[in-house]
Design a protein around this ligand. Structure first.
Ligand SMILES: Nc1ncnc2c1ncn2[C@@H]1O[C@H](COP(=O)(O)OP(=O)(O)OP(=O)(O)O)[C@@H](O)[C@H]1O
Ligand SMILES: [Mg+2]
Length: 590
């Protein structure tokens, strides 16, 4: 009888494992950095050449390895971090599989130099494509150097999948940022082709690290997040919504200090920003999620990027609530000040360990008016031009009304600036906030019966959606009933909707439901519906507004402490200083 099944030899097994662990230079850097951190390094330097494809060199001043262990480290399933299956629960180190070095060595030319305190001399080992080429003693200090050259030199198909130098360097840079944020007590130096990109010594806090690696405009517009529930804690910083980015790369999240890119974490975070950011934009966030080690499984992904929580919905709720609370916090909030938002987000604040000061119920979110330059003029580049759009921290009602620009804006001014307010967006904001408060039971939406109830015929799918969302809408003052197959009769609408707009409103709502109908969470649907109602309810023409109505609008915006963005994330206003206007007109300012 002939056998067709072979037991694979070690080199082949390593190559297969490398397929999972080593995807690109950044994944090599991640493994090597994690090893250096596990080895208790206090300074780590990382150098790459040609996006890491030519060379990755990492030096650390950690505990190093004995001469014998240096050989073992390169063998598969050789680890100093795990002994029994039991140790897999709540692994305290970043590595635990004992396969990273063996995998990397199988697809590159690897040089390891290491020495620990037990040895008088260190060991230098060269491995090519998994085969030992040379090993010698070498006089070095304590610590390790790992050099990885010509990644995938023996795996041409994989090499082909690597991107260009800029992109591969970008991945490495992003990764080092994450690791540096999660490990404040370690100093990092990172260079690409000899140019230093990140240099930050050991620091005391995440904020210190942020200060040493992020640009000033980001640093100055951070909001601190801190919430806990039982032994779960979510803490860190998010940038104000106008600092949203166009890619998810700005979301830096950590679970028990491990950088992760987790769908659950991201969507809980994004949900907190709904209504404050345009679609397709992503928050800038540095967020740490700490849970009891036994409540999270980190062993789900070969690159350890994803985790599995024992209690996913609890974690998601805590993230969402903590960030929402921070965003809806004190008026012109500075990174450190935390105040409690009232019952609207009740429950979420109950275990907050921060000192809590009271907050009047009517106060709704507020942010510093953002640097709108990016929305205003994508081509603005010089810093002086950027400065023209200053954060407007003044109350709207402190400004005088200069007039209305037909069909568009209200123009306000004081002694030093002129401000343009989008009254439609402003009104939308107010209605949206009021609907949110109503939903939370803090306010009752004033609703009025239509003089003549309106009958609307829908398609079966539309009818089904309208039925499904009846409860959300009725607590928002929109009352309708079924009236025969696929027909509905609209009986009441919020006072700010004109009777003649009732049918349009329902049709718009159904449109939104069709668009977002697959949202699994009712609150996501609710937010979308509220945006639609707010948009429909808003005044269309500034020219139709009387002066007293404009003044009432300004007052309401100030009193509600409304965020200075509409529910779709667009700014409500921007201002130009007179100094800037003079400068642009070539007048000297003394
Ligand atoms: N920079 C370093 N300093 C000291 N020891 C190291 C270093 N890098 C690796 N080691 C040792 O080599 C062993 C193997 O490393 P390797 O990365 O292959 O596996 P691991 O870290 O144990 O698990 P994982 O595969 O999950 O990363 C480690 O357990 C550790 O003992
Ligand atoms: Mg490791």
């Amino acid at each position: 009888m002939s056998s067709i099944i072979n037991v694979l030899d070690e080199t082949v097994i390593n190559r297969i494992a490398a397929g999972e662990v080593v995807e690109r230079p950044a994944s090599v850097v991640k493994e090597l950095l994690e090893n250096a951190i596990d080895a208790k390094a206090s300074h780590i330097s990382i150098e790459i050449e040609n996006g890491g494809k030519k060379l990755i060199r990492i030096r650390d001043d950690g505990i190093g390895m004995s001469n014998d262990d240096a050989f073992l480290a390169l063998e598969r399933h050789a680890t100093s971090k795990l002994r029994t299956e039991k140790d897999l629960i709540g692994v305290p180190t970043l590595g635990f599989r004992g396969e990273a070095l063996a995998s990397i060595a199988s697809v590159s030319r690897l040089r390891l130099v290491t020495k620990d305190d037990s040895e008088s001399e260190g060991m230098e080992i060269l491995v090519e494509g998994g085969t030992l080429k040379r090993a010698d003693k070498l006089g070095v200090g304590r610590g390790s150097i790992l050099e990885v050259r010509n990644l995938f030199f023996n795996a041409p198909v994989r090499a082909k999948y690597l991107k260009g130098k800029a992109l591969e360097s970008g991945y490495v840079h992003d990764l080092i940022l994450r690791i540096a944020l999660a490990n404040t007590s370690i100093g990092f130096k990172y260079s690409e082709d000899g140019r230093v990109k990140i240099e930050s010594g050991p620091v005391k806090s995440v904020l210190d690290r942020i200060n040493s690696i992020f640009s000033r405009d980001v640093r100055e517009n951070l909001i601190s997040v801190d919430g806990s529930e039982g032994d779960m804690r979510v803490h860190g910083y998010v940038a104000k919504p106008p600092y949203a980015r166009s890619t998810m790369r700005s979301i830096l999240t950590f679970v028990n200090k491990r950088p992760v890119k987790d769908k659950l974490v991201n969507s809980a975070l994004n949900r907190a920003f709904t209504g404050l950011m345009e679609r397709g934009r992503y928050p800038l966030a540095v967020l740490f999620i700490d849970v009891a080690p036994e409540d999270v499984d980190v062993n789900v992904h070969p690159q350890k990027n994803e985790v599995r929580f024992l209690n996913p919905s609890k974690v998601a709720d805590l993230i969402n609530h903590s960030v929402t609370q921070a965003l809806y916090d004190s008026p012109r909030n500075s990174p450190r000040s935390i105040q409690r938002f009232p019952e609207m987000f009740a429950g979420l604040a109950k275990t907050n360990t921060q000192e809590i000061s009271s907050f009047p119920m009517e106060q709704a979110p507020n942010f510093l008016a953002p640097d709108f330059s990016s929305q205003l003029n994508k081509t603005v580049s010089s810093s002086t031009e950027r400065d023209i759009v200053r954060p407007g921290t003044k109350a709207y009602s402190d400004l005088s009304v200069l007039g209305k620009i037909p069909g568009s804006f209200i123009v306000l001014h004081d002694d030093d600036e002129i401000l343009f307010l989008d009254h439609h967006a402003a009104h939308e904001r107010l209605v949206f906030d009021s609907l949110l408060r109503a939903q939370a039971g803090l306010e009752v939406v004033e609703s009025q019966n239509l003089l003549i109830p309106k009958v609307i015929t829908l398609t079966p799918v539309e009818a089904e959606l309208l039925r499904a969302n009846q409860e959300i809408l009725s607590s928002s003052g929109i009352v309708y009933e079924e009236f025969g197959e696929n027909d509905f009769v609209v009986k009441a609408c919020p006072v700010w909707i004109r009777d003649s707009d009732a049918e349009d409103l329902i049709r718009d709502l159904v449109g939104t439901m069709l668009e977002t109908g697959l949202k699994p969470k009712p609150e996501e649907m609710m937010t979308e519906l509220f945006k639609t109602v707010a948009c429909k309810a808003s005044v269309k023409e500034s020219t139709q507004m009387r002066n007293d109505e404009i003044i009432a609008l300004l007052k309401a915006l100030d009193e509600n402490n409304s965020p200075r963005v509409c529910p779709h994330g667009r700014p409500l206003s921007f201002s130009l200083t007179f100094a800037e206007i003079k400068r642009r007109l070539g007048r000297n300012i003394l």
